[in-house]
Design a protein around this ligand. Sequence first.
Ligand code: PEP
Length: 251
Amino acid sequence: MRRKVIAGNWKMNNDLNGTVSLISEMKKEMQGKNLPAEVIVCPPFTNLETASALLKDSSIKLGAQNIYFEESGAFTGEISPDMLKSAGCEFVIIGHSERRTIFGETDLSINKKIKTAIRHGLKPIFCIGETLEEREKGVTFNVIESQLRKGLEGITETELQNLILAYEPVWAIGTGKNATPEQAQEVHKFIRTLISKLFSANFSHQIVIQYGGSVKAENAKELLSQPDIDGALVGGACLKADSFVKIIEAA
Ligand code: PEP
């Protein structure tokens, strides 16, 4: 049985006060409940240290939303792996579709970021997914295969032990239009089969593959009960403690 992992991507939301309130409310909502899933929150960079201090006495883990692939130096505005680690991060989201489309990240830079994160002991949450146009053209599997192959190029199975994959169809992110459980399961199964071809059958059974794209309390149970969906990467619905905790309960 693979563990279920629910991660909340706060995106560019919540200042310091908002961070304190949301984490405090989450802790209160989760208190006394025996929640079987691993829970990760990914606040903006400026709030990581505060979040880390607030999470010390809880089982909730901390992640960042991005990383740079160099260790240090003249890279104005970027954040290094050691900075994330010293702020208390265990995880880092890499290759989110907003980074790819708005900030021009490529498969190559994403591959470098994954390698850097792993080298520094950070656990990547590696996002892949097709656009609506690609789905309508019938090239979803080609896009997924290409993103996965290029993103993981030159990385061994041993190095990937702590990597989480997140299938996030771009047309479902922040749109309120989630993939149906059948659509999501079909792609998750394809990804798992591809992992087994690229690495090993054993590893393909172990790797956690999250679904992301308009996951909310109302649709979480159906999505998370699919055999190859091992968790969720949640955007909008993680900004309210009660809705995020309902998704965790659904897992
Ligand atoms: C995301 O940002 O990764 C995401 C899935 O967002 P939302 O849940 O709002 O669609």
